[in-house]
Design a binder for this molecule. Structure first.
Ligand code: NAD
Length: 319
């Protein structure tokens, strides 16, 4: 088994690599070649969450699991709040192939998913990017979004405004002006990414203009919520995986309230394979409910392992 530690990942997998790997994964899911297994996610108390995301991609020769979770006390200790590790197995024999540091990979694959949705669903002429959230993932989200549209400025809102200067620095890094705004000014954005750990909706229908594309990325657990269910109901909803979207994603609330039919949610892989046209009108609100699937983790971890093997990096251990 090869161990690829967290410290090697930045040199092995780029944001572009993650975009390509996640796109291939979503398409494989839509073709029925790959499936995610049910998510296990448990509350540990004091806001900590722990769980497992796993799946099998037959065509991609990938079987595995990401174990990890969210530990909100970490930031105060100088560590990031998400901690995870990916384990890959041989799909034929079940023998372990690799153990891969999953923290940067999680940020890259999550940002890749939302960038794929922006690439495929946002209006081509979108020029204003709105970000709701300013934590660890928000920086990756901003960088990835900036790669797929010619944005001219970024506007940001966060419940904790003292975190926004860090996001402004990321905008500056990609050459975009940044302005901190109140939520009603999100109406200026043509693309909005939500990436908070909020337990209640902050972005309401009145804060969003017709024609906007929303990438709702923060809600990945039962009980989290970033967006007004009325806004979800008014949008054409796409998801990485419908089963996760209705159980742990943003759509859980609109579906539970009877405002959205789960059958109306479109797997984004169907847009990638050409089975669904995606956006159909300029004024349509499109919403991607990105809950994060295990197969995304396997795809980027497998890429890290391939690169590490090619370059003779990582540590082989006998089990
Ligand atoms: P973080 O702890 O670094 O940042 C948390 C963010 O949420 C900050 O902007 C903070 O101000 C905001 N926030 C905290 N409490 C809030 C509240 N009560 N109301 C509104 N906002 C609040 O976390 P992160 O690593 O940036 O992750 C953000 C979210 O994204 C988490 O919910 C995480 O579980 C989720 N996530 C999803 C995926 C996916 O694939 N969809 C992947 C990774 C993380």
């Amino acid at each position: 088994m090869l161990i690829v530690p967290e410290t090697l990942i930045a040199d092995l997998v780029s944001a572009e690599d993650a975009f390509a790997a996640v796109e291939a994964t979503f398409a494989a899911m839509a073709r029925g070649e790959a499936c995610n297994f049910p998510v296990v996610r448990e509350a540990l108390g004091e806001g900590r969450q722990y769980g497992f995301k796993s799946g099998l991609d037959r065509a991609g020769d990938m079987l595995g699991v990401k174990a990890g979770g969210y530990f909100p006390g970490n930031a105060a200790r100088g560590m990031i709040n998400h901690q995870s590790t990916v384990f890959l197995f041989d799909p034929e024999t079940g023998l372990p192939r690799a153990m891969v540091g999953g923290n940067l990979l999680t940020a890259l694959r999550t940002a890749a998913a939302s960038a794929i949705s922006i690439d495929r669903l946002a209006r081509p002429e979108a020029r204003v990017l709105g970000i709701v959230g300013a934590g660890h993932q928000a920086a990756f989200q901003l960088r990835a979004a900036a790669r797929v549209r010619r944005f001219e400025r970024v506007i940001g809102w966060n419940l904790h405004p003292e975190m926004l200067p860090r996001l402004a620095a990321v905008a500056a890094e990609v050459g975009l002006p940044f302005e901190a705004v109140d939520l009603p000014r999100m109406r200026e954005a043509e693309v909005i990414v939500t990436i908070t750990s909020s337990p209640a909706a902050s972005l309401m229908a009145a804060h969003v203009s017709p024609g906007t594309h929303l990438a709702c990325m923060g809600t990945d657990t039962r009980g989290k919520q970033e967006v007004d269910p009325a806004l979800v109901a008014a949008a054409t909803v796409f998801a990485d995986e419908v089963a996760q979207s209705v159980s742990i994603g943003e759509a859980q609330h609109a579906v539970a309230a009877g405002l959205l039919d789960a059958g109306a949610i479109v797997p984004i892989g169907r847009v990638l394979t050409g089975d669904h046209p995606g956006r159909s009108r300029a004024e349509e609100i499109t919403l991607f409910d990105g809950t994060g699937v295990g197969l995304q983790d396997l795809a980027v971890a497998a890429m890290a392992v391939r690169r590490a093997v090619e370059r003779g990096l990582g540590t082989q251990v006998a089990l």
